[in-house]
Ligand binder design. Structure first.
Ligand code: GAL
Length: 825
């Protein structure tokens, strides 16, 4: 090695060390003042997004996080899911997608920060809010209050997580990415119902958390009496009016719900991008320092992780990254633009002097001034009328329910209501046109063996709550026998009445199926199943199969809400005017948890489900299995389960979650046209009326053997038709581009090309993607023929200006925009 190359090597080595130390080279000091969160003493604005590690696969993490970074995020937030990590007391699981340390390191590798919400109660539409069900069954325990047994378990788990994080040096105080940690979750919402003990409990939470010495601040969301030094934060659709309970606490928004979750039987919630952007812009206009999107990627409730009851397997949430990790446009792009603008004025926002001009009728200007520079926010919170305001002699038109941001107080760079990102319509495409059928084999669930003897592994003289079985399965048999030989209730006109809790119930009498009943997300006070029955004048075997669809995850004392069949369970006879009731609740009941097929692990690829003749259709309690080749390419894969009833699906032994395509969403009679203006609620802007509430189920690519054979197994509980089941790729089917005058419109068919242009117009185009039409005015050149230049290209850019499209006949004051709808293939 020559001297010069040696010097070069040494300097390379030194710079590699410096680079290697990178963003987390040394401890980051996280502090705060009444104005902002501070990293190393510098005031910051933080844009964050929730991505829950168990709702995707480890293989998906790098791509999701990269997209989040490209979307302008600084930070990723996740909860920790206690019941997934400690399914059996003191037996832990941090493998696969439960390896949260690996998740945090993946975020760190992208150079982003982390907010760790340990809870360990998390809500999150997650089974039992994240509590392990064994906790409920510990003698003397009371959850979320000053109860020694509970506090001991909570402290044990919280300490375990903190120690694991410390061990890997992942707190910012240690040079890691975690800048904030959360204890409990929205306790303030339900604290009252715990009386004085509730207040004492929250104080204990604060002391316990503080004692763990993590070196970064702790937060408590929705806790307006958060004890110091806990920082209380806001959750909701809007948080601009939020004021923390301590003058020294910065204004932080832990859950900006940019969509909503879905329950079986419900329509698809959508929160328009314009409204999310409006909420965020208002929040920063009014001094916010940290905004976290809940969810930035919602993902999938694999296995039995969905809460509820009745939360769907999809947890898409209408997030900027959809369930499978694809960009949901225009939401992703519209927010990305907003983040760019906000970051560009970070210094002025966090250090500037603030002055406000109120124009009346909910129209305000906020001016931030710092070192001779000013940035302005002009907001119009009126939900119907646009407003023109005058600032320093210039008029600015602010559409209703929008905020304009002018980084130099002169030129509007962003308005929350003006979307310049294309809308992408994602479609599910089959490689063979949906023609090829899978070859199924099948096998019946062996119900009779259980019911014939009616003997379970536990028996009692009263009805048990299903949680007693520790939630190891959805299914629990309640079985009893009743002798009606000399019983006055016996007649030819008997009914069976079962008081349930709203879970699914299947009734069998003397080994024969009688009927079923189920509920929905709102059936919180239970439901009653009553049916005529024929019983023998002798001994009768009554077998009731209860199936949970996710345990409750929210509300005061949600953990005590009954599950299964609390009774009474009665036989009823009506004779003339007289009603005779025989209460079976105090009988000897025998219980069996689970079903035989699950015990035999029929969902595993090695299982024998081999009967190939007489493929049954609409047969309840049936196992099906088929081989298939993985669809080619890179796009996300889903399986279309239309035609099936309810059950669970597995691919190569991995559970895709519960399925229930026969549960239809309601009709559209209560739906209004979607208007982003005015306060959003989860009842607004829904789609998917009268469609299955979930038809497609995510099959992550990592579940598949790319080259070889794959196997799908279904356990069909209700009865359905598997012959229509097929695998699809999610692709961009069509795109709608829009750009306001003098902006550039970009159309893109990711991985495909524009094959046709369906519509193009420059003027005041009306309608929405899929149904555009010309408005009152248009350009002199034919927009459609100009846009034909996009055909054959993956991406194309066109300037929305009169220079390109010719003069328009639009009246003064009309906002002109270029609008295009194109087909991708
Ligand atoms: C909040 C809760 C979150 C989630 C959200 C609704 O109350 O903190 O965990 O459940 O509601 O999606």
């Amino acid at each position: 090695m020559t001297i010069s190359s040696r010097i070069c090597f040494i300097s390379l080595f030194i710079s590699a060390v410096i680079l290697g130390l990178n963003a987390y080279a040394s401890a980051v000091d996280v502090s705060h003042d009444g104005r902002a969160l501070k990293l190393d003493g510098e005031r910051r604005i933080i844009i964050s997004g929730s991505i829950h590690y168990p709702r995707s696969t480890t293989q998906m993490w790098p791509d999701l996080i990269k997209k989040a970074k490209e979307g302008g995020l600084d930070t990723i937030e996740t909860y920790i899911f206690w019941n997934a990590h400690e399914p059996v007391r003191r037996q832990y699981d941090f493998s696969g997608n439960l390896d949260f340390i690996k998740f945090i390191k993946t975020v760190q590798d992208e150079g982003l920060y982390v907010i760790l919400r340990i809870g360990p109660y998390v809500c999150a539409e997650w089974n039992y809010g994240g509590f392990p069900v064994w906790l409920h069954n510990m003698p003397g325990i009371e959850l979320r209050t000053t109860n020694e047994v509970f506090m001991n378990e909570m402290q044990n788990f919280t300490t375990l997580i903190v120690d694991m994080v410390k061990e890997e040096k992942l707190f910012a105080s240690q040079g890691g990415p975690i800048i904030l940690a959360q204890i409990e979750n929205e306790y303030g919402n339900i604290m009252k119902s715990y009386g004085d003990a509730g207040k004492a409990y929250i104080n204990w939470c604060a002391t316990m958390a503080e004692s763990l010495n993590i070196g970064v601040p702790w937060i408590m969301c929705q806790q307006d009496d958060a004890p110091q030094p806990m920082i209380n934060t806001c959750n909701g659709f809007y948080c601009h009016d939020f004021v923390p309970n301590n003058a020294n606490s910065p204004k932080m928004w832990t859950e900006n719900w940019l969509g909503w979750f879905k329950a079986w039987g419900n329509k698809d919630p959508h929160r328009p991008a314009e409204d999310v952007a409006f909420g965020v812009a208002l929040f920063f206009q009014t001094g916010g320092t940290l905004n976290n999107y809940y969810m930035y990627h919602g993902g999938t409730n694999f296995g039995r992780t969905a809460g509820g009851p009745y939360i769907t397997t999809t947890y898409d949430y209408d997030a900027p990254l959809n369930e499978y990790g694809s960009l949901s446009q225009p939401k992703y792009g519209h927010l990305k633009e907003l983040h760019e603008v906000l970051h560009s004025i970070e210094k002025i926002l966090t250090y500037g002097n603030i002055s406000t001009i109120q124009y009346g009728n909910s129209v305000n200007a906020t001016i931030y001034s710092y070192k001779g520079n000013s940035s302005c926010f002009f907001s119009n919170q009126n939900s119907t009328s646009d407003h023109t305001l005058k600032y320093e002699g210039v008029e600015y038109k602010i559409p209703a329910w929008s905020v304009s941001i002018l980084p130099d107080c002169k030129k509007e760079v962003y308005n929350t209501a003006k979307v310049n990102t294309q809308t992408s319509v994602l479609v599910k495409k089959s490689d063979d046109g949906g023609e090829k059928q899978l070859q199924w084999s099948w096998r019946g669930e062996e119900l009779f063996k259980t019911m014939q003897f009616g003997k379970g592994h536990v028996s009692t003289k009263h009805l048990l709550d299903q949680k007693v079985m520790n939630d190891v399965s959805d299914y629990l048999w309640y079985m009893t026998s009743v002798d009606l030989k000399n019983d006055i209730v016996y007649s030819h006109n008997m009914s069976l009445r079962v008081n349930g809790t709203g879970n699914v119930l299947h009734v069998y009498i003397n080994g024969k199926y009688v009927g079923s009943k189920w509920g929905n997300y709102d059936t919180t006070n239970g439901n009653v199943y009553e049916t005529k029955v024929k019983l023998k004048k002798g001994r009768n075997q009554i077998s009731l199969l209860s199936a949970t669809v996710g345990l409750k995850n929210y509300g005061p004392h949600f953990d005590l809400v009954k599950t299964g069949l609390p009774g009474p369970i009665e036989i009823i006879t009506t004779r003339d005017d007289e009603t005779i009731t025989k209460d079976l609740s105090g009988h000897k009941w025998s219980y069996t948890t689970g079903l035989q097929g699950f015990d035999k692990k029929l969902f595993n690829p090695t299982s024998t489900i081999s009967r190939s003749n007489d493929l049954p259709i609409n047969r309840s309690m049936t196992w099906y299995k088929a081989a298939f080749k993985a669809p080619l390419g890179e796009e996300p894969i889903v399986v279309d389960l239309l035609g099936l009833g309810k059950g669970e699906a597995w691919v190569n032994g991995h559970s895709l979650g519960r399925y229930w395509p026969s549960y239809m969403a309601g009709n559209c009679s209560d739906e209004n046209a979607c208007d982003y203006r005015g306060k959003y609620s989860s009842e607004k802007c829904r789609t998917g009326c009268e469609e299955p509430s979930q038809r497609f189920y995510h099959v992550p690519r990592s579940f598949l053997n790319e080259a070889g054979d794959n196997e799908i197994v279904l356990f069909e509980e209700f009865g359905g038709n598997p012959t229509r089941v097929g695998f699809r790729r999610e692709v961009v089917g069509s795109v709608c581009g829009t750009a306001h005058e003098n902006r550039t419109m970009e159309l893109s068919c990711p991985g495909r090309t524009v094959s046709a242009v369906r519509f193009a117009g420059f003027g005041d185009v009306r309608g929405s993607c899929g149904s555009f039409r010309k408005g009152s005015c248009t350009s002199s050149n034919d927009a459609l023929s100009i846009l034909l230049e996009c055909v054959g290209k993956e991406t194309c850019r066109v300037e929305a200006s009169e220079g390109v499209f010719g003069a328009t006949d639009c009246e003064e004051g009309i906002w002109k925009r270029l609008v295009v709808e194109a087909v991708c293939s």
